[in-house]
Design a protein around this ligand. Structure first.
Ligand code: SF4
Length: 351
């Protein structure tokens, strides 16, 4: 018989680095681990020291998001020597048709070589080989929980994660939603809604878009200039059902890049006219992003939608970034004004 006497269990403490997939899966992980009676310790938001430490330990060619992950792991290790585990999931495939970037596939292997890291708590997502519920059972086993406890925890986590996604699709900004999750608050939309006279789709991996330290609070820079910002997370689920056919020979096999291209395809077809421009934030040394950025740029030229690509690394400077953003916003605003005036003229001629 399963016991509900939690007091007899050892209080297991697990550190979660606030980096990479944190920005995508944290609500699911939090619910799953808490349902398994685990105490969670989160690393703080990225700061200069974390980036510097990560860069020191990450080898040169590594992309900045993984270096930042190193920094977060080391921060947890230093400040919480009592941690039993650090949660480092291995994401291989979440759908049968696509893979995650190789950095995610090898994440636990590259983290365990860092100095003084406690045991890693793995959670492997690879639906090409086994269902996610199996991973939850394995995770529970490592924590000394029964199969039933783990399956219940998994169901609760999935339910909560669905609610979280619905909240995002209703228009909640990801960082606002994550703050609510972290503080165990109900999902309520903030009364302050950023409206603007132009609307941009801000593309990129969640860790590039929502880590406000490394992207120099990019979203706020846009909002301060009167831009309404949409991200992939706010788009309806139905957009992500159909795979994007690049051409007869070329098919994209990366999960995140597929989502980026699916959202772009929508705004080039059915959603044409719903946005005024697209900005793609990519990390220096990111192979998958540089490949699709080329394809997106070509599509944008065909439809004449303004497009700006910004590559970020640990040396990105505030002044240079602001200048690029301001001139792009200005250019888009003028273009929109001209288009509106041209269409008004046409209407007058018709009359
Ligand atoms: S997708 Fe790009 S930025 Fe993300 S982990 Fe892979 S290489 Fe790094």
């Amino acid at each position: 018989m399963e016991t509900n006497d939690h007091s007899s269990k050892k209080n297991i403490k697990v550190g979660i680095p606030r980096a990479l997939h944190f920005y995508r899966y944290f609500p699911f992980w939090k619910k799953l681990l808490e349902e398994l009676d685990v105490e969670i310790v989160l690393s703080p938001p990225t700061n200069k020291k974390i980036v510097e430490e990560g860069v020191t330990h990450g080898f040169g060619e590594l992309c900045i998001p993984v270096k930042i992950y190193y920094g977060h792991v080391l921060k947890l290790v230093r400040e919480h020597p009592d941690l039993d585990y650090i949660f480092v999931p291995r994401y291989v495939a979440e759908v049968k048709e696509a893979y995650f970037c190789p950095k995610f596939i090898s994440l636990p292997d590259i983290i365990k070589i860092l100095p003084e890291v406690p045991k890693l708590l793995n959670f492997e997502v690879n639906v090409k080989e086994f269902p996610i519920a199996t991973s939850a059972i394995e995770l529970g086993k490592e924590l000394g929980r029964t199969q039933n406890q783990s399956l219940n925890a998994y169901r609760e986590a999935q339910k909560y994660f669905d609610e979280y996604h619905k909240f995002l699709r209703d228009g909640a900004p990801v960082n606002h939603a994550l703050r609510l999750v972290e503080r165990d608050r109900p999902f309520t939309l903030s009364k302050k809604k950023h409206k603007g006279d132009i609307k941009f789709l801000l593309l990129g991996h969640a860790y590039n878009i929502f880590d406000t330290f490394i992207n120099l609070d990019f979203q706020k820079k846009l909002q301060d200039q009167g831009v309404e910002v949409l991200t992939i997370e706010n788009l309806p689920e139905s957009l992500f059902k159909e795979p994007v056919i690049i051409n007869k020979r070329l098919r994209n096999y990366w999960k995140h890049e597929e989502e980026i291209m699916q959202s772009i395809r929508y705004f080039l077809t059915k959603g044409r006219g719903e946005i005024d421009g697209v900005i793609f934030l990519i990390s220096f040394a990111c192979g998958p992003d540089s490949l699709i950025s080329e394809l997106i740029m070509r599509d944008m030229k065909v439809v004449g939608l303004p497009f700006l690509e910004i590559t970020m690394d640990e040396h990105s400077g505030e002044a240079g970034l602001l200048t690029r953003v301001e001139s792009f916003v200005e250019m888009v605003r003028r273009k929109k004004k001209k288009l509106t005036m041209d269409s008004k003229k046409k209407e007058t001629i018709k009359i």
